[in-house]
Design a protein around this ligand. Structure first.
Ligand SMILES: Nc1ncnc2c1ncn2[C@@H]1O[C@H](COP(=O)(O)OP(=O)(O)O)[C@@H](O)[C@H]1O
Ligand SMILES: [Mg+2]
Length: 239
């Protein structure tokens, strides 16, 4: 297994945020964690990076307990946070170069161009400051950056929020091709249809509990069924 949560319990500011969450994913799989606001999705991702330690249970990366070697876990993972923090006064190359350096990497302009080609960021935009970019263009830069880290594991926190439908489709195709190339991808989303389209497994998180899991490898995932299960839990949570 590339990622594994086992009976994970987490408390933040005195509140139980994750309540016995268990799931796992292998190389080549896309797992979509679906849930409403405050369900505990981002907390789950942060625990794999060793930022929030469990009260009970465990998180494993490459079969190894995250908290026994946090550095090893972080090295194995590229993480796309909920709100990407790129620099507006720098262009795409400069942003990527800067963040790769922070990760201890230095790559040629041609490898950066290759990644920017894969996310289809127009060549004429690459030397422009990000202040002039749309949300979708910024997202392409962060995805290219995550790809250039060339890790086995990607954690994506609401990667499609704010993207238009064609950018979402394009993004899902890219994610699929990364999984087909052997990466394990854990993706957090509100988007039921997107999750059903792209994911091999879907976990429904509600109030810190994994209520239900759908597995496209063993059953055909029916979008209506997932949507119904999702809206029932979210509706309950918000009432
Ligand atoms: N920085 C924080 N400090 C303390 N508690 C937090 C913090 N962020 C989130 N929480 C708590 O954790 C719960 C789950 O948050 P989060 O994992 O961000 O949910 P999601 O990503 O599903 O919207 C929230 O309802 C909130 O109570
Ligand atoms: Mg979140």
């Amino acid at each position: 297994m590339k990622l594994q949560a086992d009976a994970l319990h987490i408390t933040r500011s005195g509140k139980k945020v994750l309540d016995g969450v268990s799931f796992s994913l292998k190389a080549g799989e896309i797992y979509a964690l679906l849930g409403g606001n405050g369900a505990g999705k981002s907390t789950t991702l942060l625990s794999f990076l060793g930022f929030i330690s469990p009260d009970a249970g465990s998180v494993r990366v490459n079969e190894k307990d995250v908290y026994s070697d946090i550095e090893a876990a972080r090295k194995a993972i590229a993480y796309l946070p909920e709100s990407a923090s790129l620099y507006e006064h720098l262009n795409a190359y400069e942003n990527i170069d800067y963040f790769l350096q922070l990760a201890g990497l230095s790559l040629s302009k041609s490898s950066i161009d290759e990644a920017l080609d894969r996310v289809s960021l127009k060549s004429e935009a690459r030397e422009q400051k990000l202040a002039d970019y749309s949300k979708g263009m910024c997202q392409k830069v962060t995805i290219a950056l995550a790809m250039l880290r060339d890790t086995d594991i990607l954690l994506l926190d609401e990667p499609t929020s704010g993207l238009d439908p064609s950018a979402i489709d394009e993004f899902h195709q890219l994610v699929r091709s990364l999984a087909d190339a052997g990466k394990a991808i854990l993706m957090v989303t509100h988007d039921v249809y997107g999750a059903c389209n792209v994911a091999d497994k879907i976990g429904l998180l509600y109030n810190g509990k994994l209520m239900q899991e759908f597995n496209a490898q063993t059953e055909k995932i029916n979008t209506e069924t997932v949507h119904k299960a999702f809206s029932t839990t979210v509706a309950t949570q918000n009432s």
